[in-house]
Ligand binder design. Structure first.
Ligand SMILES: [Mn+2]
Length: 192
């Protein structure tokens, strides 16, 4: 089982994460932001990742950003070394509708040369969803992919902001569930 614990403390926040990539989608999430908790639970459920996460801090922006860094770091650690990453399916994608909204997510998690790249084409027209700022959600996605060394493209739009965000987190979970599987047929050759 690929399970890791991460504890990250700065002057602004304290984040603790336990991640099992080979889980069943169970989560216990506490970030002080109810909508953000809902999104992370959705991500865990559809990615079949078990996630226990506790985050506290001074400002919402810092908490959301540092949860992105800690969760990205947990994925990076759980996926292991470059040669372990070479055994993964590596690519994953999903297109998820939620009523009026649709989200498309494609990932490459090969971590080749420790690079990462994030493209977000997401049309939010309001500043806030419940208690969570839409710009902070986008910031979370960038911090997460950057720290995990993922290439991640997300395109999403719709009428209802809650639906747009929820479709994004479902699509990300499904895409990463696929990409993190181990491809048994691949022959990994050592570089000479
Ligand atoms: Mn919902």
């Amino acid at each position: 089982m690929r399970e890791v614990s991460i504890s990250r403390e700065t002057a602004e926040t304290k984040v603790e994460v336990v991640l099992n990539i080979d889980g069943v989608g169970e989560s216990e999430i506490s970030t002080s932001l109810r909508f953000f908790n809902h999104m992370l639970e959705t991500f865990a459920r559809h990615g079949f990742f078990d996630i226990r996460l506790n985050a506290e801090g001074d400002l919402s922006h810092h908490i959301v950003e540092d949860v992105g860094i800690a969760l990205g770091s947990a994925f990076r650690k759980a996926l292991g070394t470059a040669s372990e990453r070479a055994k993964l399916v590596r690519f994953g994608h999903a297109i998820v509708p939620m009523d009026d909204a649709i989200a498309m997510c494609a990932v490459d998690i090969g971590g080749i040369s420790e690079r990462s790249f994030t493209v977000l084409r997401v049309n939010f027209s309001h500043r806030i969803i419940e208690d969570t700022a839409t710009e902070d959600i986008l910031h979370f996605l960038r911090s997460f992919a950057s720290e995990a060394k993922f290439t991640m493209h997300i395109h999403a739009g719709g009428e209802n902001e809650h639906h747009i965000a929820e479709a994004i987190f479902k699509a990300l979970g499904i895409a990463l569930d696929h990409a993190t599987k181990i491809e048994e047929r691949r022959i990994v050759r050592k570089k000479v």
